[in-house]
Design a protein around this ligand. Sequence first.
Ligand SMILES: [Zn+2]
Length: 88
Amino acid sequence: MSEQDNEKGATMKLTEALEAQTKRVQGPPCAILVALTELDADDATALTAALASEMQSTMISRALASVGYPVASNTVGRHRRGDCSCGR
Ligand SMILES: [Zn+2]
Protein backbone atom coordinates (compact mmCIF):
# COMPACT_ATOMS: atom_id res chain seq x y z
CA MET A 1 0.00 0.00 0.00
CA SER A 2 2.78 2.39 0.89
CA GLU A 3 5.53 1.00 -1.28
CA GLN A 4 5.98 4.27 -3.11
CA ASP A 5 6.19 6.20 0.11
CA ASN A 6 8.92 3.90 1.33
CA GLU A 7 10.90 4.44 -1.84
CA LYS A 8 10.63 8.20 -1.62
CA GLY A 9 11.92 8.48 1.89
CA ALA A 10 14.19 5.45 1.86
CA THR A 11 15.91 6.39 5.07
CA MET A 12 14.76 3.34 6.96
CA LYS A 13 16.32 -0.06 6.57
CA LEU A 14 14.10 -3.12 6.44
CA THR A 15 15.50 -4.36 9.72
CA GLU A 16 14.42 -1.10 11.36
CA ALA A 17 11.03 -1.21 9.70
CA LEU A 18 10.46 -4.75 10.92
CA GLU A 19 11.46 -3.75 14.40
CA ALA A 20 9.05 -0.82 14.33
CA GLN A 21 6.24 -3.21 13.39
CA THR A 22 7.08 -5.42 16.33
CA LYS A 23 7.04 -2.49 18.72
CA ARG A 24 3.68 -1.33 17.45
CA VAL A 25 1.97 -4.34 19.05
CA GLN A 26 0.30 -3.11 22.20
CA GLY A 27 -0.16 -5.28 25.22
CA PRO A 28 -0.29 -9.05 25.26
CA PRO A 29 -2.11 -10.87 22.48
CA CYS A 30 -5.67 -11.77 23.38
CA ALA A 31 -6.32 -15.24 24.75
CA ILE A 32 -8.20 -16.30 21.65
CA LEU A 33 -5.24 -15.50 19.45
CA VAL A 34 -2.97 -17.41 21.81
CA ALA A 35 -5.29 -20.42 21.62
CA LEU A 36 -5.51 -20.19 17.84
CA THR A 37 -1.73 -20.08 17.64
CA GLU A 38 -1.12 -22.97 20.00
CA LEU A 39 -3.93 -25.33 19.09
CA ASP A 40 -3.29 -27.84 16.33
CA ALA A 41 -4.71 -27.11 12.91
CA ASP A 42 -7.95 -29.07 13.35
CA ASP A 43 -8.79 -27.41 16.65
CA ALA A 44 -7.83 -23.97 15.40
CA THR A 45 -10.13 -24.44 12.43
CA ALA A 46 -12.94 -25.62 14.69
CA LEU A 47 -12.44 -22.63 16.98
CA THR A 48 -12.48 -20.23 14.05
CA ALA A 49 -15.69 -21.84 12.81
CA ALA A 50 -17.26 -21.65 16.27
CA LEU A 51 -16.36 -17.97 16.55
CA ALA A 52 -17.98 -17.30 13.20
CA SER A 53 -21.08 -19.30 14.09
CA GLU A 54 -24.07 -18.44 16.26
CA MET A 55 -22.57 -20.40 19.13
CA GLN A 56 -22.76 -18.58 22.45
CA SER A 57 -19.53 -17.03 23.72
CA THR A 58 -20.06 -18.73 27.09
CA MET A 59 -20.15 -22.13 25.38
CA ILE A 60 -16.95 -21.41 23.47
CA SER A 61 -15.40 -20.14 26.69
CA ARG A 62 -16.31 -23.35 28.52
CA ALA A 63 -15.08 -25.55 25.68
CA LEU A 64 -11.75 -23.72 25.61
CA ALA A 65 -11.39 -24.00 29.38
CA SER A 66 -11.96 -27.74 29.19
CA VAL A 67 -8.97 -28.13 26.87
CA GLY A 68 -6.67 -25.93 28.95
CA TYR A 69 -7.42 -22.43 27.71
CA PRO A 70 -9.31 -20.54 30.40
CA VAL A 71 -10.72 -17.77 28.24
CA ALA A 72 -13.46 -15.61 29.73
CA SER A 73 -16.66 -15.39 27.71
CA ASN A 74 -16.18 -11.62 27.72
CA THR A 75 -12.86 -12.15 25.98
CA VAL A 76 -14.54 -14.39 23.41
CA GLY A 77 -17.15 -11.69 22.82
CA ARG A 78 -14.56 -8.96 22.52
CA HIS A 79 -12.58 -11.00 20.02
CA ARG A 80 -15.72 -11.59 17.98
CA ARG A 81 -16.43 -7.87 17.86
CA GLY A 82 -12.81 -7.07 17.00
CA ASP A 83 -12.38 -5.08 20.20
CA CYS A 84 -9.46 -7.14 21.43
CA SER A 85 -5.74 -6.53 21.17
CA CYS A 86 -5.35 -8.70 18.08
CA GLY A 87 -8.04 -6.83 16.18
CA ARG A 88 -5.64 -4.11 15.12
ZN1 LIG B 1 -8.56 -11.33 19.81
